[in-house]
Every structure is written in C-alpha cells, then in structure tokens.
Design a binder for this molecule. Structure first.
Ligand SMILES: CC(C)(COP(=O)(O)OP(=O)(O)OC[C@H]1O[C@@H](n2cnc3c(N)ncnc32)[C@H](O)[C@@H]1OP(=O)(O)O)[C@@H](O)C(=O)NCCC(=O)NCCS
Length: 295
C-alpha cells in the first residue's frame, strides 16, 4: 500500500486488542518506526534487528497485565501501543506507527485508546519516556495532556564491575518484596510491586543491604528496568555491580547531577536524552531513582 493510499483511507483504520499472533508484524513495524526515526536524526537504532523487536513484542503481547492495542489499515498492521497495568501508575508504550502511515493521526488514535483504557481501569496517573529529539511525539503527548517532569539521559558503556565498600549487593528474594515496596513508596509515593516481583522471579532484581536493612534495589540496570535508593551511594553500588547495561543503556535523571557526574567519571557515555512525561497523579520523587523506559 502506498503512503497516499493509506492517508486517503484512514477511515478504514481499525483498532483492536493485540494477540500473540501479532508479534512478528508488530515487531516489524516497531523496528522500522524506531530505526527510521533514529537514522533521520543520526542516532543509533533502539533495536538491533526486527527479530529483537518481535521478541519484545511477543513478551509484551503475552503478558497478562499489559494491555495492548493494534492498528490495522486495509487489513495490515500499521501500529501498536501498550499499557503496563502492573502497578499503581500505568506505564504507556512502546508506541510505534509504520513510517508509511505516520503523521496521519494513527499515533494519536493509539494514544487515545491506551488513555481510554487507563481511565476505564481508574489509574490515577500514566507515565512514559519520550525520545527527546522527536519533536512530533513530544508535541503529540503534550497535546494529549502529558507534562515533561524530568530530562533523563540514557547511559551506556562497559560494566564497572566494582564493589562500593559498605554497600553490599545481592540477588533479591521474594521475602524482600515488602522492603522494596516500602522503599519505592518513600521515594515515589506508590510502589512498583508488579515489576519488582517479575524481576525477582526472573533473577534480575538485586538489593543493597546495609546493617540488615534494604536501602536500595534495582530490577536491572537496564533500559527496561528501574531502581530506587535511599541515597546516591546505594544506586552507585547497584550500577557498579551490574554485569552489563542491557538494551540501549540505563536511564538516569539528568537533574541528579551528583550521580550523573559520578557515572561520567566512570567512563559512561550519553546515548540520547529522553523526557519523563506524566499525566494525572505525579509525586516529585524524594530520593534517588532510575526510571525505566516502559514499566
Ligand atoms: C511517535 C509516533 C507514534 C506518532 O505517531 P504519528 O501517527 O506519526 O502521529 P500523529 O499523526 O497521530 O500525531 C502527530 C501530532 O503531532 C503534531 N506535530 C507533528 N510534528 C510537529 C511539530 N514539529 N511541532 C508540533 N506539532 C507537531 C501533528 O500536527 C499531530 O498533531 P494532531 O494530532 O493534533 O493533529 C510515530 O511517529 C512513531 O512511530 N515514531 C517512531 C517511534 C517513536 O518515536 N515512538 C515513540 C517514542 S517516544
């Protein structure tokens, strides 16, 4: 289908819930959408291949607590969007529209579908991470009511593989969940229990334990994971112990200059700047944290 044909025929746009069988088509669209955008701006692609994007889509589509919406035009999948419903605040994305169908309101319709779902499920707030260099998504999300809360840098580089004396890191157990939730509530005003538990079950959640108390945790120092610390040193211990920074990199709030400078001093490099945007309830964090791109 040509771009013009799709634009003329937008009346035939169908939005429907995603199914496991959509993974490959959604992965192809997601890969092309992000690759084209990144290349146009001279940034590295978010996904190394369509296969990687399809694997992500497959996980997202299969997750019982993620809502998915797929856009079809003339029977062909041209976009998808997701809402993470695991915790108090819903997480929106990744949203992608095939380059041939972009800038014709498909993205707006996919956003509205996810926001309708959040309203229906009575989420007090919705959050997302926006690629800072993309004028269109920044404007679209702002028009839909999202506000920029924090500039966030994506950091990448070789693993530090260091111990921070006095800040021992270990793999989390299920009986750590309550302490992790308490820590999250003390910083964000709500917990992210669903993500922490998923991370514990997958073996990616790690904690800092000082004097018998959990003072920091991470679901993984990675693009798709978040972290909380009582102090920046707790986060430093988690970052320093990470075996790698999975995905394009991990996300660090740029206004946390102390932790940002520490990361730069340890050789990490900025890949891109993103914006943490929220709609509805948002509590200004009161401690050290690293957001995740999705959850
Ligand atoms: C982001 C994305 C999903 C948006 O979907 P889309 O179908 O291209 O966007 P839409 O046509 O629905 O909406 C674009 C809106 O931005 C507006 N817009 C576009 N460029 C703009 C600019 N430079 N300044 C201000 N507004 C702009 C349009 O006028 C339109 O507003 P409207 O809905 O009020 O008419 C899509 O471009 C995409 O897949 N990009 C690649 C992947 C990506 O960036 N995902 C999101 C990561 S944060």
């Amino acid at each position: 289908m040509t771009q013009c044909a799709m634009r003329r025929d937008l009346g035939s746009l169908v939005l429907r819930p995603g199914t496991a069988g959509d993974a490959e088509a959604c992965g192809g669209v997601c890969y092309e959408a992000f690759r084209t955008l990144a290349e146009r701006h001279g940034f590295p692609p978010d996904f190394p291949s369509a296969t990687h994007a399809a694997a992500l889509m497959s996980n997202l589509l299969a997750h019982p607590r993620l809502y998915s919406v797929v856009a079809e035009l003339g029977g062909r999948i041209v976009g998808s969007n997701f809402l993470d419903e695991r915790s108090t605040i819903a997480g929106l994305g990744p949203i992608s529209v095939h380059p041939d169908a972009q800038n014709s309101s498909v993205g707006r319709r996919l956003m509205l579908a996810a926001l309708d779902r959040a309203k229906e499920r009575r989420f007090p707030g919705v959050r997302l991470l926006q690629a800072g260099y993309h004028n269109r998504s920044l404007s679209l999300y702002t028009k839909l009511g999202f506000n920029v809360r924090e500039p966030v840098v994506t950091l990448q580089g070789p693993a530090l593989k260091e111990d921070i004396p006095g800040y021992p890191v270990r793999t989390a157990r299920e009986d750590d969940l309550e302490s992790c939730n308490r820590l999250c509530v003390s910083v964000h005003g709500h917990d992210r229990s669903g993500e922490v538990l998923d991370g514990i079950r997958q073996g990616s959640t790690r904690v800092v334990e000082r004097a018998g108390r959990i003072t920091g945790y991470t679901t993984g120092i990675a693009f798709f994971a978040h972290s909380i610390g009582e102090t920046n040193e707790d986060l430093q211990a988690l970052i320093a112990a990470a075996p790698e920074f999975a995905g394009p990199g991990f996300l660090l709030p740029a206004r946390n200059g102390e932790l940002y400078r520490w990361s730069l001093a340890h050789g990490l490099k900025v890949v891109q700047v993103m914006n943490l945007m929220t709609l509805g309830l948002y509590n200004e964090p009161t401690g050290a944290y690293l957001p995740s791109v999705l959850y």
